[in-house]
Write a protein that binds this ligand. Sequence first.
Ligand code: BEZ
Length: 386
Amino acid sequence: MKGLKFSLVALAMVIPSAFAQSQPPLKVGMMLPYSGTFAALGNAIDNGFQLYVKEQGGKIGGREITYVRVDDESEPSKATDNINKLIKRDNVDVVIGTVHSGVAMAMAKVAKETGTTLIIPNAGADIITGPMCAKNIFRSSFSNSQPGFAMGEVAAKKGYKNAMTITWKYAAGEESVKGFKEGFEKGGGKVTKELTLPFPGVEFQALLTEVAAAKPDVVYSFFAGGGAVKFVKDYAAAGLNKSIPLVGPGFLTDGTLEAQGESAQGMLTALHYGDNLNIKRDNEFRLAYAKQYRLQPDVYAVQGYDAAQMLAVGLKATKGDISKKDDFAKAIRATKFDSPRGSFTMSNANNPIQDFYLRQVVGKENKVIGIASKSLADPARGCTIQ
Ligand code: BEZ
């Protein structure tokens, strides 16, 4: 009798874990730039995502996580093939990607058509949480106009009257400038000239010569990764930083300060992350990230980490069954995310509603010196999901 009781107890202990183990690993397709001007951004996202998974013991929603990776090269013309291979050949359960807005738009189209869950850990293309929005597409980052708008408001409040803009000619640059213009002109400023060059070009000299001749009160620029390093250095080398302040979305100085050095000192930018937030969640995250990777985290690492948190929230609600799309989405929408950036909720368009900080470069840090825009939501124009 005693023996029987013991085996029943033992059986009861074995059954739940055997059940959990019966679920196969969840295949995560990471489609990110691991080469080119955005390579550092892709790697930071991947690191952040993996860190969160490791903190959960390698499993989320009861399922072990395995990865399939593809280098998207920030190349829109290869994007449809790349995501189709992940979905149809590799049979991934969910796709995480990407950095470049043009690539992300192609991915969103395929995700929408196939019903595949897509979590975007950076690319801010406004259209994805606008007319292309869908129940199965989420963003852990921002929409392009958000940091631009926040910086535009700040620039107007600082009393600048006219501005020139310089960016790459593609969705992210153009939408970032549009956001800046909206915030700046609402505050009484005027954007007098919008200069562009093709992505991922770094031949800035002719554009800087135009700025020097026009002498605007301020220059607003969107660049990121390797391009941002070169632009900020060239701007300073031309001596322009002495007389015409250069401002931007935080991508201009995030993850880049080691390489930009003296040329970035004093610059003001707006972003949903900074290096001295000094909140418990961020302090723990920064410590864990530095320990794991021997690197300081940046905004991209945070967005990768939060993409994994989103997946975890959805999988927890569906007991690991990602095919339960309604319950998965409902859970993400209902959650207040405890992020290293501070807490945020999701809009009806599946984009974070979050604070945008005003930051100033001091040494190797983007120091938060105020709030540029509080609880800023994506305008989500044209999105019809509820
Ligand atoms: C974008 O293409 O959406 C993007 C790329 C780098 C930083 C921010 C946005």
